[in-house]
Structures are given as C-alpha cells and as structure tokens.
Design a protein around this ligand. Sequence first.
Ligand code: PLP
Length: 383
Amino acid sequence: MIARVKEMQADGIDMLDLTAGEPDFTPPSCAEKAGIEAIELGKGRYTPAAGLMELRIEVAKHIREVYGLDYEPTEIVVTHGAKIGIAQALLALVQKGDHVLMPSPCWTSYPEMVRLAEAEPEMVPCGENHLPNIADLEAARRPNTRAILLNSPCNPTGAVYPVETLSAIGKWALEHDIWVISDEIYGALVYEIAEHHSPIWILPALREKAVWIGGMSKAYAMTGWRMGFLAAPAPIAKAIASLQSQLAGSPSAISQLATLAALRDGDLDVESMRRAFEGRCKKVVQALGTMPDLICPVPEGAFYAFPRLADTIIGKTDPATGKTIQSGDDLVEVLIEADHVAFVAGSAFGAPDSFRISFAAADDVIEKAMAKLGARLQAIREN
Ligand SMILES: Cc1ncc(COP(=O)(O)O)c(C=O)c1O
C-alpha cells in the first residue's frame, strides 16, 4: 500500500496518506549531533557484535528506570533495529516443527519470521476489545508450542494490554514452559490514562523465560538509524549475540553513538512527540465517533487505530467506483481510488474486516483524511 501511494504521488496525485508506520518527526537533536560527531571523529568502525559495552550499560540503566526491568549489561544485545532482534530471538529459541502463537491482529512480520525459523505460526484472534484471552490461547496451545509473541502497545490496533491480561498470559506461559517474546517497541507511546507495563516487570519469574524487545524507531523517530535492543537471560543473550555476529556483525557504530546520546538526553523530545501523538489520537477518535459504520475500540498507545466495518456497510455498493464493500480491504481500495486517501488494509494484519489508520501524519492531513472517510461511508450507506 505504501509503495502504491508513492507511485500515485509520483504521478502527481495529491494523496492523503495515513499508511505510515513511522513517525513524521525528526530524531532528538542530541542524537543527530552525536551521529555527526561520531562521523567527524572517525568512529564509524566495527564494534563488538552485541554492541558497544557503553551502550549496553546505558540500555540496562534505561530499561531499569523506565520499565523496572533488572538486566545486566551482558544480557543486553544491541540489534540492527527491533525487527532483526525479534527474528534473531526466534531463531535462537525455536526450531523446526515448533509452534508459535501470536494474538491477532498482529504485525505483518511476525508470522513470516516464525516461518523463516522453520516453525509454524498461529494467529489467535483477540476479542472485540483487541485484547487476547487465556481461554483462546489455551485452546490453541499444543505440546510443541514453544513461544508466544506479545506486542503491547500493539501495531495495528493501538491496544495496551492491562496488567491483569499480561499477568495472566505470563503465568500461563510459565505453567506451560512457553517462551514470551515481548515486543515493547511502542512502550513509550501511551495516551491519556493508559500505562504501559512490561509483563516481565509484572511477573518477575518470567524474566528467565522471556526476551524483551525495544528500539529507537518509534518513540525516538529514528527509523532509518536501524537501532534496536533486546534483553534476555544470559545464555539466550549470548546465543543471540553469536547469531548476530555470524549473520550481520556489529550494528552501525554511528547509530549506536547517536542512540547513546538519545537515551541519555532525549527524554524531553520523546515526551513532546508523545503529546503530539496523543492530540492526533484524540482527533482520530473524535472523527471515528461520528461514523456509525465503523466499530473501533479507543486506541491507547502506538500510533494506530484499527476500525472494523459494521453490518450497516457490508454488502453496500460505493456510488463512485461501483465496488461492493465486503471487507475492510474493499473500503481501503475504494478510498484510495475515489478519494486519494490511503489506509492499510486489515488483511495485512490477519483481519480483513478492518483497516489501519496511522496518525503518524500532520494534523491537517489527519483532519482531511478523516473527513473524506466519513463522507465516503455516508455516500456508500445512502446509496
Ligand atoms: C510491532 C513492531 N515491532 C517491531 C517493529 C520494527 O521496528 P524497527 O524499525 O526497530 O526494526 C515495528 C515496525 O514497524 C513494529 O510495528
């Protein structure tokens, strides 16, 4: 979808683009300065495969202060973005024939990463509130279930799992000897009264059976710097570091030094971006509240809303394109064609009845796009 928007823009079409999975802000200036200085001082050389010890120490300190997690620097691995951190964690933990669960809708890459590790992914649908429940996970569990991938705050739904949910999943995982890979890349981006908690903080025993994933792409707007980090029990961290050393080698030294500066001095920048996202989230929620054809739990984190189509719109025909709306994918198709408004179709996340609205876009783009969405739904309903 993102490629399609770019093509349409290249053809001179003015698009209202709410597909982005990356912040539209710039990184903290301390990070940019540190990156430039690292280049000027000739620091762009190989580092240890698990990352600079100085940065591993800083990450351990950061996750202790922010998430209450207790890891030694040797249990931290700096990765080439969170994505490869998750993939490497899976490669280290899972083998051929293993079964890996993930509450769905979920990030597109999870099932593919599991397949790359020669294991079998299974998406376990969440309830209407976008939260997983133990009965469904238990029904999906098999003797060879080896891991579960959790993602709170969640891409694509914006759900933030409450303490009880995380605690219940953690206990269930421990009881059945299942690894928890907790992708908390959006952890700093929660809104209103929502609070982000790591399941590893809630249930300290889980520390020995979990891999914590974080990174710089979302809260620090450093997507292209390709910086992530993970925390895991020492033998697992060591295995992942060995894997990384053979697969990709050390992460960029320049990005590591920029990350060090961002973790030390970037808090105010993160907070100002979080507030901006919070304001945009409100705009999207208010607009969705005026659209009876969409059902959407209020997002509490990340920068996405994930509405589902109500029965009032299913089976109706769009007057502009003549297309009948059977799914979220159909609606996304109509909007892009008729209104030049772009969202991501829900099938990308295992939920074809829905679609993803990203609010990582300027306020005026959000306002115009939401107005067009509302008008299109009305036109379809009244057709
Ligand atoms: C849920 C989730 N996890 C991980 C990532 C990967 O982030 P990174 O840029 O650090 O590889 C993304 C990026 O879209 C994401 O949405």
